[in-house]
Design a protein around this ligand. Structure first.
Ligand SMILES: [Zn+2]
Length: 141
C-alpha cells in the first residue's frame, strides 16, 4: 500500500534501522521508543489487522520476537524485563494500520505503565466467566 509507512519501509523507499529480516517479516527500531531497544516486528505482507494476517505469519512474528527478546537480554542495552505488545484496532491504541508487534525492553523506574479501567481487579463470577468462555468457543467454531 502506497500510503502505508511500514509498506514503504519494506519496499526500501522509507528509512528504517533494520534489526532483522527474512522472507516473512522485518524487524526495525521504533522511532519513538518507550525505551532504547524498542523493536517493531512487521509482516512483509500488508495486513491492517490480525484478522487479515495468515496464522502462520503471526506465529512467525512471535518466534522472531522471542529471538529479539533473547538478543536484548544478551546485549548491553538496559533490559531487566520485556513487554510484548500488539495493538489490534483503534480502540486498542493501534496507530499504524499495518500489523506490528512491539518488543519493549523494560527496567525498574522507566515510567512506562498500563493504566487499567475501574473494573480491573474485581473478581468475576464463575457463571459469567463460563458464559463468556462459551461465546468465544462458539465464535471459534
Ligand atoms: Zn502496509
Amino acid at each position: 500500500m502506497e500510503d502505508c509507512v511500514f509498506c514503504r519501509i519494506i519496499k526500501g523507499v522509507a528509512p528504517a534501522s533494520i534489526v532483522y529480516k527474512d522472507e516473512k517479516v522485518v524487524a526495525i527500531m521504533d522511532i519513538r521508543p518507550v525505551n532504547p531497544g524498542h523493536v517493531l516486528i512487521i509482516p512483509k505482507v500488508h495486513a491492517a489487522q490480525l484478522s487479515e494476517l495468515e496464522e502462520e505469519t503471526g506465529a512467525h512474528m512471535f518466534k522472531v520476537a522471542m529471538r529479539i527478546v533473547e538478543a536484548l537480554r544478551h546485549s548491553n542495552i538496559k533490559c531487566e524485563g520485556v513487554n510484548l505488545f500488539l495493538a489490534d484496532g483503534e480502540a486498542a491504541f493501534q496507530d499504524v494500520f499495518h500489523v506490528h508487534l512491539h518488543v519493549i525492553p523494560r527496567f525498574r523506574g522507566d515510567g512506562f505503565e498500563i493504566k487499567v479501567g475501574p473494573h480491573y481487579g474485581l473478581k468475576m463470577d464463575r457463571k459469567e466467566l463460563d458464559v463468556i468462555a462459551e461465546k468465544i468457543r462458539e465464535a471459534m467454531r
